[in-house]
Ligand binder design. Structure first.
Ligand code: AMO
Length: 435
């Protein structure tokens, strides 16, 4: 008999089906036994009656353990009292794989198990359908964003994660012993994405791991995260990049509402489809923040609290969950960003905040070799020590710009999760090395 998925049971009322899955809950009474079975599509009440179920199967249920894998032959019937509207009457049940008892964590909806313990036993944790929904949404985000880039003429590239190049100021490098020579885990695909704009693709994107040796134990920092990076050539201004990002989020939120409707409902999350994302210069944002008693120096970036507060103000003023903050001080941004012609103290840079957290940063890049060299030196870097980077600008390079997102942060803010670790299957932070 072919397997029927739990979500399809309603189409098979009163006919014999085979269902397979994990034992979620058990209730053993003398003449009737309830078993809630779960597969990847949902959960379902199944019932064994002493009078109707094969006697060996009826007795076997007494010995079953939670989270064992079983298969059931039975008949789905209407039952208005069950929360599913139907239930499956068990004829026969077979154990495929027995789960050891007791379970190391409680993975039910009522669980009080703390996040650390849940992460230690993540494979049991993700059997919970709410937890699974987070990763189904995350998976859809990757699909939708990939399609979006594809439809807009971007080529999906894979750049090396073992590298000699580090250009993100502030982000530290992890050193790797590479046949007794030092190499580093990539702290961003920045140089490589620019390289292949110059390599004739004009538009490239990459979704891949990014490593940061930062000892930040916060709700939004990891030492390994998934970056969504893109770069586009022949731009007339950094605003071309902002426009692309705006369209990406309009497409992402509206497509998610269609393709992840069930998961969003399960997680109780609703978003308005964005239209225009408000744009504020950092100076304008700082002025607005004085109304919340937050004050910053002219060369200062916003801190986490400032990001949260400016998002609140924008939500009140413009009804938007997103805001672009533009024109960051040259002092706090990496050397490869293009300086603004009118005010050389700031760069043509931007961050995108989503519900209070920075989920993306980007800029127009400096593509004029002589200026690029000068800016490197100004930040105390030796341009001669980066010949691969310099080569991008030596043989004909169009004006270009791009941005990098944290996939984990997009998922976190989209699903309004407090901690970034909830949005990552197996997070890495300064203390967590396993599983
Ligand atoms: P930046 O260093 O700002 O920019 O990183 C881009 C985005 O990556 C995410 N992110 C992180 N997520 C989790 N844990 C971390 N430790 C972490 N650090 C960063 C954030 C952030 O907005 N090369 C530039 C991008 C560009 O200009 O194209 C860069 O790496 O969502």
């Amino acid at each position: 008999m072919k397997r029927t998925l739990i979500k399809d049971l309603k189409q098979h009322l009163n006919t014999e089906v085979l269902i397979q899955g994990w034992v979620q809950e058990l209730r053993n009474l003398s003449k009737i036994k309830f078993l809630i079975l779960r597969d990847r599509t949902g959960d379902m009440q199944t019932v064994a009656f002493k009078s109707e179920t094969e006697i060996s199967s009826f007795e076997l249920i007494n010995e079953l353990t939670k989270e064992s894998v079983v298969e059931i032959v039975g008949i789905p019937k209407e039952n208005r009292e069950s929360r599913w509207g139907i239930e499956v009457g068990i004829k026969k049940i077979t154990v495929i794989s027995t789960a050891a008892a007791p379970l190391p964590i409680d993975n039910t909806d009522k669980s009080q198990t703390n996040l650390d313990k849940r992460l230690d036993h993540r494979l049991l944790d993700t059997r919970n359908l709410h937890k699974q929904a987070i990763f189904k949404v995350r998976s859809k985000i990757v699909k939708i964003v990939t399609n979006f880039f594809d439809q807009n003429g971007f080529t999906n590239i894979n750049s090396p994660k073992l590298t000699k190049i580090g250009v993100e100021s502030g982000a530290e490098l992890f050193e790797v012993n590479y046949f007794d020579r030092p190499m580093y885990l990539a702290q961003s695909p920045q140089v490589y994405k620019q390289m292949f704009v110059g390599g004739g693709f004009e538009r490239v994107f990459e979704i891949g791991p990014v490593f940061r040796a930062e000892k930040s134990n916060t709700m939004r920092h990891l030492t390994e995260f998934t970056g969504v990076d893109f770069e586009m050539g022949f731009i007339s201004d950094y605003t071309d990049v902002l426009e692309l990002i705006e369209n990406m989020f309009i497409d992402l939120i509206s497509t998610l509402q269609k393709e992840a409707a069930e998961e969003l409902k399960l997680l109780n999350v609703e978003h308005r489809i964005p239209t225009k994302i408000p744009r504020l210069t950092l100076d304008e944002a700082k002025k607005l923040l004085t109304s919340k008693d937050k004050r910053y120096g002219s060369d200062e970036d916003l801190d986490a609290e400032g990001e949260r507060l400016i998002s609140e103000i924008v939500k009140e003023k413009f009804g938007s969950e997103f805001v672009f903050i533009t024109h960051f001080p040259w002092k706090v941004k990496p050397f490869y960003q293009m300086k603004d012609e009118k005010n050389k103290n700031v760069t043509k840079s931007f961050d995108l905040l989503f519900n209070g957290v920075e989920i993306c940063s980007g800029s127009q890049r400096e593509h004029r070799l002589d200026v690029w060299r000068k800016q490197a030196a100004e930040k105390g870097l030796d341009p001669e020590a980066m010949p691969e980077y310099a080569e991008i600008f030596m043989y004909g390079c169009p004006p270009h710009g791009g941005a990098g997102f944290g996939l984990d942060r997009i998922t976190q803010r989209l699903l309004l999760l407090n901690n970034i670790r909830e949005a990552v299957l197996l997070p890495r932070d300064p203390v967590r090395e396993k599983p």
